[in-house]
Ligand binder design. Structure first.
Ligand code: PGA
Length: 238
C-alpha cells in the first residue's frame, strides 16, 4: 500500500468488545478524515458488518493463524482474510503474547502469511514495566524486531506499532521525548526501517493524541479503549 497520501494512520483495536447494535451506531457517527488512514479492527465475526471504502477507511483483523489451511479447529488464515477484503492485521499484540503465548517466531510466520496475501501486518512490540525499570527497553525491542519482522517486510507492506506494555489500558504514557527517542531508535536499527510507518500505542486518547502525533517519528496511533467511544475516536482521527 502507498501510505504517502496519508498524514497519519490510526488503528482502532476493539479487542473483545462490540456487538451488532454497537457497530451500527458507531458507523452512523464515525467521521473518517480524508488526510488520514483509519483502520477498525473488531472481533473477526463482525468484520463483515463494518463499512470500508478502500481509500481511507479499512477493516483489520486482530490476529491470524500461523497456518494456511488444514486441521486447525478455530483458526482463520491470511488467505481467508484477504478473500474478505481485509487489508490490515494486528500481530504480536502484547495481550496475545501474554495470554496466548504468541512468540516472536509465530509473529514472524503470521507476518509472512499476511504479506503473501497482500495484508499489512501491524507488528506490535513493547517492553514491560520491569524491563523499562531495568533500562533494557532498547534490547527488548531490538530482539522483538529482529525476530518478529520477516526479511520480506518493507515500508509498503508492514507497519510497526510501539506499545509499551505498562502503558496499555493504564492511563500512563511515556513522555513525548521518550516516545520520540524510542521511535527514532527503532527507525535506525537498520537502514531498512528508515521509511517504515511506526505507530505509537498505549493509553492514547483525545486529550493526548494531537501531542503524540506531532512527534516527528510518530506516524499514527494504535488505539484500544478510546477507540470504543466513537466521539473520542473522531477527535483522535480528525
Ligand atoms: P489502550 O490499548 O489504548 O486501551 O491503552 C492499546 C492497545 O492495546 O492496542
Amino acid at each position: 500500500m502507498n501510505f504517502d497520501n496519508f498524514s497519519s494512520i490510526f488503528i482502532a483495536n476493539w479487542k473483545l468488545n462490540g456487538d451488532i447494535q454497537f457497530i451500527k451506531e458507531y458507523y452512523q457517527k464515525l467521521i473518517p478524515s480524508n488526510n488520514n488512514c483509519v483502520v477498525v479492527c473488531p472481533p473477526n465475526i463482525f468484520l463483515h458488518q463494518l463499512k470500508t471504502n478502500n481509500s481511507n477507511l479499512f477493516s483489520g483483523a486482530q490476529d491470524v493463524s500461523i497456518y494456511n489451511e488444514g486441521a486447525y479447529t478455530g483458526e482463520i488464515s491470511a488467505a481467508m482474510l484477504n478473500d474478505n477484503n481485509i487489508k490490515f492485521c494486528i500481530v504480536g499484540h502484547s495481550e496475545r503474547r501474554q495470554h496466548f503465548n504468541e512468540s516472536n517466531k509465530a509473529v514472524n510466520l503470521k507476518s509472512i502469511n499476511l504479506i503473501k496475501n497482500k495484508i499489512i501486518p501491524v507488528v506490535c512490540i513493547g517492553e514491560t514495566l520491569e524491563e523499562k525499570e531495568k533500562k533494557i527497553t532498547k534490547d527488548v525491542l531490538l530482539k522483538q524486531i529482529n525476530e518478529s519482522i520477516p526479511a520480506i517486510s518493507n515500508n509498503q507492506n508492514t507497519i510497526i506499532a510501539y506499545e509499551p506494555i505498562w502503558a496499555i489500558g493504564t492511563g500512563l504514557t511515556p513522555t513525548l521525548d521518550d516516545i520520540d527517542e524510542v521511535h527514532s531508535y527503532i527507525r535506525n536499527i537498520d537502514k531498512k526501517f528508515n521509511k517504515f510507518k511506526i505507530l505509537y500505542g498505549g493509553s492514547v486518547k483525545s486529550s493526548n493524541s494531537a501531542d503524540i502525533n506531532q512527534i516527528k517519528n510518530v506516524d499514527g496511533c494504535l488505539i484500544g479503549g478510546a477507540s470504543l467511544k466513537v466521539n473520542e475516536f473522531n477527535t483522535i482521527i480528525s
